[in-house]
Design a protein around this ligand. Sequence first.
Ligand SMILES: Nc1nc2c(c(=O)[nH]1)N[C@H]1C(S)=C(S)[C@@H](COP(=O)(O)O)O[C@H]1N2
Ligand SMILES: [Mo]
Length: 351
Amino acid sequence: MDWRRYTPSPRAVDWGLFVAVATLLATGVGTIFAGTAAAAWVIDLHAVSGVVLVGLLPVKLWRVRHRVAPERLTGARIVSVALAVDAAGALATGVWWVFGGSLDLGPWGLFHLHTALGLLLAPLLLAHLRYRFHSPETAVRHGRRDALRYAGLVATGAAVWRLQGPVNDALATAGADRRFTGSREDGSDDGNRFPVTSWVADDPEPVDAADWTLAVTGRVASRASYDLADLPTGASGRAVLDCTSGWYSEHDWQGVRVGDLLDAADPDGAAAWVQFRSVTGYRWSLPIDEARDALLATRVDGERLSHGHGFPLRLVAPDRRGFQWVKWVEEVRVTERREVGEWVAVFVSGV
Ligand SMILES: Nc1nc2c(c(=O)[nH]1)N[C@H]1C(S)=C(S)[C@@H](COP(=O)(O)O)O[C@H]1N2
Ligand SMILES: [Mo]
């Protein structure tokens, strides 16, 4: 069989690689916000782009194999080799994750490694393009034929991605129970016995309930302050905490409906967002209508929340990824606009 018949021309391979890696980066970062099944396409596109890259990378490496002889290694080539190794590593860890692999890297695991290798592609690709960039005019020589080859490659990628589900099921791998986000189940319906995670570095001292109050502030007619014992608890709901580091856990949560706190405080006409603020400075906002249906939980599966999971109060925001479920909440702030700085706070609180 002559593989060249199925292989796009060299320039088209380079552009295909660029598009595949750019798509992988954009969708990889995009999964951070994929909370509902309506966003499953982000992960699907990520996976299909990964399979396309698996198809293209060997073609490119075969073509340039003579350039990497040790005596010919220049700065540009070292960047190229690093890029190839990193891409291969990101692909391998991604595929391994899909089929249920794990890795013990102290506080980190396989999914973290995949994320790190994936993010590293961005600077390496930029450096590589700086050295190796060719203008696009040379790309279109076999335009039609290459387009067909790419259509075939993408279709193959979609088929392979479609097949991994049944293969995982048939082999009963640890990858079989993944959610559409890629996360794997851990500790559902078992009270506090699920992973404790911080987005970056939050690790506060345990909160002393005697010193703690919950303040409702901002664009409200009557500000309020509650002791733990005064909180109008009695609401409950079932929701999935799905952390962007690759695990999810489903529980029954008990606590206060945010809508009940808002009704008591009476937001004014300009109120549009509700920000949940942690004792650590970590904070996140939800649109006010969504916030009404969210829960501030004091208990999980009937157990009092442990310190690690946010005692005395943590946000339960259904259909939102875990990093938005603020722990150790001490203030509910009604605002007109979303605070831009909360982005930064998520990264630097606790550092
Ligand atoms: N204050 C605060 N809340 C936080 C975090 C944090 O670092 N600080 N981490 C978030 C992340 S990334 C996740 S996945 C969940 C984890 O909740 P858990 O530790 O109860 O599993 O809490 C979120 N809430
Ligand atoms: Mo997370």
